[in-house]
Design a protein around this ligand. Structure first.
Ligand SMILES: Cc1ncc(COP(=O)(O)O)c(C=O)c1O
Length: 382
C-alpha cells in the first residue's frame, strides 16, 4: 500500500546541484541567487517588485511595520486562517479585528467587513483560503472608500488569480510562503510582491536591519549607515538557489494540482453526508492547495474516526485551520471569544478534513482516496 502524505516537497538533482554550487562559491548571503529568484518570481507573477524574506510571517510583519501600523491601530483580519495572519498584526502592537468566513468559500465574509471599521482601522488583511482568492475586487473597493491599506496573505495562493491579476497585486502588497508543503519550497522562506515602488524600497531597507547599503553596494567594505529601525528578515543564498529551481517546476506542479483537485471535487461531491469547498469561484482562479471536505451535522462527530481510518489506509490529512484564530488560547484570553460571531469558522475548523491534491499524487492516488473515503463513510453507522 502506497503512502500518500498530505504534503510532500518535490526536489531532485537540480536543487541538489544548485546548493552545491552555492557551497563551493562561498557567497551564502546577499548574492546573485537572491536577485535572480526575486527577478524570476516577479516575472512569473507579473509583479513590478518582488522582495524575498525569511518567511511569510516575517514578510507580513515587515509590511505592517513599514506602513507604520502600531499600538492603538486596528487591522481587520479573517478568522479562518493560520495564526501567522493575526500574529503579524499583533506583533506591531495593533489590534486584529476578527471577521467570520463566507460559508461557501471559507474566505473572509465581505458583508461583515464594513461594520468592523472604526476610526482606528488602518488596514484590511485578506487570506486566499486554501488557494481560492478572496473577493478582493469588492474588498478593494471597501479599502479605497475608507482609505485603508489592503494586505494579502498569499501563503497558499501561488498561481491564483482574481480577474486575471495574480494574488498579491490587488492590494498594496502580498506575501507568499515557501514552507515545505507549499506550492514551491525553499525550506522556510517567503516573497513579498507589490506595485508600489516606494513601499518596495522601504521593505528592502527594513528587511536588512535598516542598513542603507547592501553588501554589494558598499564602495568601501564595511562602510554603511542606518537611517531606519529594521529586522533581519532576509532569505539566504541556499534558499534562493532552491527557489529558482522550484519556480521552474511550478507550472507543471500547478497543472497536476488542478487535475487532481478537479477529479476529487467531481467525485467527492457524490458522497452523501459531506460538501466540498470549491477551487474556482466566478472570476477567481484558485491554486488548489488542498481539497477540504465539510462533514454534515450527522457525520461531524465521526471526524476523528474518519481521519484514523484514512490514516490506516496510509492517506495523509490535515485540518485548515484547527481553530478559528480568535478561539486560540492567546487571542481568546486577550480579546474574549463569542462563538456566535464565528459560526462559519467554527464549522470549518470543527467539521472539515483537508485531503491532498499536490503534485506528489498520481491520478491513481486520487482514485484511491475517493474509493477509500466512500467506503469509510459508507460503513459509518449514524
Ligand atoms: C494563510 C497562511 N499564512 C501564513 C502562513 C505562515 O507561513 P510561513 O510559515 O512562511 O511564515 C501559513 C502557513 O501555513 C498560512 O497558511
Amino acid at each position: 500500500m502506497r503512502k500518500i502524505p498530505f504534503g510532500y516537497p518535490i526536489v531532485d538533482k537540480k536543487e541538489n546541484e544548485s546548493i552545491s554550487k552555492v557551497l563551493s562559491g562561498y557567497i551564502f548571503a546577499h548574492g546573485p541567487n537572491i536577485r535572480k529568484f526575486e527577478e524570476n518570481f516577479a516575472k512569473f507573477t507579473k509583479a513590478p517588485h518582488a522582495i524575498s524574506v525569511s518567511s511569510c510571517t516575517a514578510g507580513m510583519h515587515l509590511i505592517y511595520f513599514s506602513l507604520k501600523i502600531k499600538k492603538g491601530d486596528e487591522v481587520i483580519v479573517p478568522s479562518q486562517t493560520h495564526v501567522a495572519t493575526a500574529h503579524a498584526v499583533e506583533l506591531t502592537g495593533a489590534k486584529p479585528i476578527f471577521v467570520d468566513s463566507d460559508e461557501n468559500t471559507g474566505n473572509i465574509d465581505v458583508d461583515k467587513i464594513e461594520e468592523k471599521i472604526t476610526k482606528k482601522t488602518k488596514a484590511i488583511a485578506v487570506v486566499h483560503f486554501l488557494g481560492l482568492p478572496a473577493n478582493v475586487i469588492r474588498i478593494k473597493q471597501i479599502a479605497k472608500k475608507h482609505k485603508l491599506y489592503l494586505i494579502e496573505d498569499c501563503a497558499l495562493s501561488l498561481g491564483a488569480k482574481a480577474n486575471k491579476t495574480h494574488t498579491g497585486l490587488i492590494g498594496d502588497a502580498g506575501v507568499f510562503s515557501f514552507y515545505p508543503v507549499k506550492h514551491i519550497t525553499t525550506g522556510e522562506g517567503g516573497m513579498i510582491i507589490t506595485k508600489n515602488k516606494n513601499l518596495a524600497k522601504r521593505l528592502r531597507l527594513i528587511r536588512g536591519l535598516g542598513v542603507d547599503k547592501s553588501f554589494n553596494e558598499r564602495k568601501i567594505p564595511g562602510v554603511y549607515d542606518v537611517p531606519a529601525l529594521g529586522f533581519n528578515y532576509r532569505m539566504n543564498e541556499f534558499q534562493a538557489a532552491i527557489g529558482i529551481e522550484q519556480l521552474k517546476k511550478l507550472p507543471k506542479f500547478l497543472k497536476i494540482r488542478k487535475k487532481n483537485f478537479n477529479f476529487l471535487y467531481k467525485h467527492l461531491k457524490k458522497i452523501k453526508g459531506l460538501s466540498v469547498l470549491p477551487g474556482q469561484f466566478k472570476n477567481l482562479k484558485g491554486s488548489h492547495y488542498c481539497i477540504s471536505i465539510i462533514l454534515n451535522e450527522k457525520l461531524k462527530n465521526k471526524r476523528k474516526e474518519i481521519i484514523n481510518s484514512l490514516s490506516k489506509k496510509r492517506i495523509g490529512t490535515s485540518i485548515y485551520y484547527p481553530q478559528p484564530v480568535p478561539r486560540m488560547k492567546y487571542y481568546k484570553r486577550k480579546y474574549f471569544y463569542n462563538k456566535k460571531n464565528f459560526l462559519n469558522c467554527e464549522k470549518f475548523s470543527d467539521n472539515s478534513i483537508a485531503l491532498p491534491v499536490g503534485p506528489h499524487l498520481k491520478m491513481s492516488d486520487c482514485k484511491y482516496i475517493f474509493n477509500q473515503l466512500s467506503k469509510i463513510i459508507g460503513k459509518i453507522k449514524i
